[in-house]
Design a protein around this ligand. Structure first.
Ligand SMILES: [Zn+2]
Length: 521
């Protein structure tokens, strides 16, 4: 027993020595080292780094070069690159007709046909499917085993918590409220198509945002296109209201029915016809993957996406979405964390995989392709960097999603060690846990979080909120030489110390509470 205690004491001491070494290496990073990767990735020459473009390929090349130069080994079957294929669809004309009316493309409806065929024309009975949610953890099932094959579903966005604070997680958006989930679920129930109903308050953004993001090309993984679902799109609430007028159904009554547990899909009594033209193509991008071996086969994955929105030649003025913060600063945090962990490699028991993934902006496609092909059982946790803060220091650390697993307790240890508090991201109603690459791991059952310095900046301003409500996803997300970069340094510190804490913990990370999303096994 005494010997065991001595071993434990020694392990704890060695652990804290490791942590102190890591912290010293983070403190030694110069401002130039913190800035260099952001400046490189957000340069106009990389043209916004969209997957399948020259700029996107340059981002892969630069990232691979930096990882190799740092001395990291290839992390994907002997290569630094994991190629994956995507299908792109761009609708050029769309018509949705029902009850003698025709809805206007772009102003009232947008969407994608999901088959490789230039012209499309499909019909199906219109069925209102409520929130379109099956969530056994909240005893909620809008579908109730109804036969929906061949039907065109009309579905509300958000989740029942948006109408009843005691349902789901109240006003905090769960993954069941996200449009992506509803499309996946429509495919699972065998529907032919789905139209999501847009109104500003339940979607959280205006029609213009839907229109902009669906008017261009959208990318999909082939594995997600195999089922009966042929069409996915949006209809404005006003246009749907007009379509329903005189049909015997009205939106208020349909919405009221859908707020109840006993809701069942409601056939609307008329068919919809969806027709139009689109262009399609197949393209390939690469995740860039490197590894630092530990003494055990299991590993922690550190992840950040290298892609951004590319360039838009229809814009006047600046056309390049440089993505300096989204996600240049996060890739900087990823590469600096990798370098520091490599310097202290002999202390690692779990290995560390560095995943610089592609096509996040298109719906987490690169990280999804990685998790689908990786040996999941060996991944003990994933730590994601997203839009890492670049301003002065903050008084706290945030782990978006940490509350669902023991990673939350480990993050508390990291906070104590570094003399800061753990804080919650104030923008949780935006569903951020589901909107970056940590989620590809979480939904595969792997405890995961998005790590970041908090919003309580020493300047007294909430720079992170200002970013997400300002330059985020615009050409104004550009490198600024005046950035202090101390919150970037803090984020690197928290990440490497969290890796250390995961290594030192007696058990591998595990979930601790019901999850607000379905886990795919
Ligand atoms: Zn991002």
């Amino acid at each position: 027993m005494r010997r065991l205690m001595a071993v434990i004491a020694f392990t704890a001491m060695a652990g804290s020595a490791f942590a102190a070494d890591l912290a010293r290496s983070v403190d030694a990073l110069s401002r130039e080292e913190l800035a260099s990767v952001i400046r490189l990735l957000s340069d106009d020459l990389l043209e916004g780094r969209a997957p399948g473009t020259r700029g996107g390929e340059l981002a892969e090349l630069v990232t691979e070069g930096l990882l190799a130069w740092t001395g990291l080994a290839p992390g994907w079957r002997g290569s630094y690159r994991q190629p994956f294929t995507m299908r792109g669809f761009a609708t050029s004309n769309l018509s949705i007709e029902g009850r003698g009316q025709r809805l206007v493309f772009l102003d009232e409806v947008v969407g994608n046909y999901l088959r490789e065929q230039e012209e499309f024309d499909l019909q199906g009975e219109a069925v209102f499917a409520g929130f379109g949610i099956r969530a056994p953890q909240w005893d909620w099932d809008d579908y109730k085993n109804a036969d929906l094959s061949g039907r065109l579903l009309i579905v509300r966005v958000n989740d029942p918590g948006s109408v009843h604070p005691d349902l789901f997680e109240g006003s905090t958006l769960t993954y069941f409220g996200r449009w992506r989930y509803k499309i996946e679920e429509a495919a699972r129930v065998g529907a032919r198509g789905i139209l999501l109903i847009h109104n500003d308050s339940s979607a959280g953004y205006g029609w213009q945002v839907v229109r902009n993001s669906w008017a261009g090309e959208s990318l999909h993984l082939p594995a997600h296109l195999g089922g009966d679902l042929e069409f996915a799109g949006w209809v404005s609430e006003a246009a749907l209201g007009r379509l329903l007028a005189g049909s015997g159904h009205d939106l208020a009554a349909l919405y009221a029915a859908s707020a109840r547990r006993d809701f069942r899909p409601i056939p609307l009594g008329f068919p919809l016809r969806i027709s139009g033209r689109h262009a399609f193509r197949t393209l390939t991008a690469n995740n860039v993957v490197a590894e630092i071996p530990g003494t055990r086969p299991e590993r922690v994955v550190l992840v950040a996406h290298i892609d951004h929105l590319g360039r838009d030649e229809r814009r006047d003025g600046d056309q390049i979405f440089n993505g300096a913060i989204d996600n240049g600063s996060a890739v900087a945090a990823l590469l600096l964390s990798a370098r520091i962990l490599k310097q202290h490699q002999e202390m690692l028991t779990y290995g560390v995989t560095i995943l610089a993934c592609h096509a996040e902006e298109e719906g987490l496609l690169g990280s999804t392709a990685y998790v689908a092909a990786a040996e999941r059982g060996q991944i003990v946790a994933a730590i994601n960097f997203e839009s890492t803060p670049v301003w002065g220091p903050a008084g706290s650390v945030m782990g978006v999603g940490a509350e669902y697993s023991t990673l939350g307790e480990l993050l508390q240890q990291v906070a104590r060690r570094t003399g800061v508090q753990v804080s919650q991201f104030s923008m949780t109603e935006q569903g951020f846990f589901f909107r970056s690459d940590q989620f590809s791991f979480a939904r595969a059952g792997i405890p995961a979080l998005w790590i970041s310095a908090g919003e309580d900046f020493a300047s007294g301003r909430n720079h992170l909120r200002e970013f997400f409500t300002g330059p985020y996803h615009t050409p104004a997300d550009e490198f600024d030489p005046a950035w202090e970069l101390e919150s970037l340094r803090q984020t690197v510190r928290y990440a490497v110390l969290l890796v250390e804490a995961i290594n030192r913990a007696a058990e591998r990370p595990r979930w601790t509470r019901p999850l607000p999303f379905p886990v795919d096994h």
